[in-house]
Design a binder for this molecule. Structure first.
Ligand code: DGL
Length: 281
């Protein structure tokens, strides 16, 4: 793999910036193109067919940017569209975030009972239970959809009483002090690491909270050759969004952990692909 081509990263919105942040730490000398499909967020409440269609359009736009690796930094798209995305961009490698998240949880759990919180689409598709049971067949998995967390994170309300109330409502049924409560919680949505603080408050401090970011970045580092040269400097990041670039620049830094310059955020359109026929949604 060559160093000169960028790594493409995509999510429905800003959540994938938490994965980009981990990628930057693992591969600091790589250049990145991040695509947030902000016009179509949320993906998590949409049908698998719609998410696949949107995912294919985003992948197509990143291929046009000449990326050497595509990181699907959206659990919902990873859960329902990964095979279609891999087929569409082959031979360019595609990394999803579900398997890395499952890997992190299997390493962390002692009791073998893992909870997954995610969007409705990810929960409905059962991608995490499948990935977890492939790695550890005896594992017990409890899932809970937390769609409101996406809106809270995008709004910048990841702390405070509203976020805390939502966390109690979603998580108390999972962590009620029983001896067989899960001992590990997967943040199965790339938006959720922003709410880590309030989530940890509701779970007992003994619960290990894991997400896909670091494990996905480690897998990316294995795929990208010449990692030893990656200490030499920091290369560029460009951001492409399908709506509200100024909002993305303003709030994106909360997710990325470094500032997002408005000049680096470009507005693009993701038109239907040729085989989709008409329609603009
Ligand atoms: N960040 C997306 C994910 O990881 C969810 C946000 C959305 O619903 O679009 O699933």
């Amino acid at each position: 793999m060559t160093r000169d081509k960028p790594i493409g990263v995509f999510d429905s919105g800003m959540g994938g910036l938490t994965v980009l942040s981990a990628l930057r730490k693992a591969l600091p000398a790589e250049s990145y193109v991040y695509l947030g499909d902000t016009a179509r967020l949320p993906y998590g409440t949409k049908s698998p067919g719609t998410v696949t269609r949107y995912g294919l359009r985003a992948a197509h736009a990143l291929i046009e940017q000449n990326v050497k690796l595509l990181v699907v930094a959206c659990n919902t798209a990873s859960a329902v569209a990964l095979p279609a995305l891999k087929a569409a961009v082959s031979p360019i490698p595609v990394l999803g975030v579900v398997e890395p998240g499952a890997e992190a949880a299997v390493k962390a759990t002692r009791s073998g009972h893992v909870a997954v919180i995610a969007t409705e689409g990810t929960v409905r598709g059962n991608a995490y239970p499948r990935a977890l049971k492939t790695l550890a067949p005896q594992i017990r998995v409890t899932q809970q959809a937390c769609p409101l967390f996406v809106a809270l994170a995008e709004e910048g309300w990841s702390e405070g009483e509203v976020a805390r109330a939502a966390a109690h409502r979603y998580l108390e049924p999972l962590f009620s002090g029983r001896a067989d409560d899960p001992d590990t919680l997967i943040l199965g949505c790339t938006h959720f690491p922003l709410l880590h603080g309030v989530i940890q408050e509701v779970c007992s401090p003994a619960v290990a909270i894991v997400d896909s970011a670091a494990t996905t970045a480690a897998q990316a580092a294995r795929l990208v050759s010449g990692a030893e040269a990656s200490q030499k400097g920091r290369a560029t990041i460009r951001f492409l969004v399908t709506d509200a670039p100024e909002r993305f620049a303003r709030l994106g830094s909360l997710f990325l952990g470094e500032s997002v310059a408005a000049a680096d955020v470009a507005l693009i359109d993701l038109p239907p692909l040729f085989h989709e026929g008409g329609g603009t949604a």
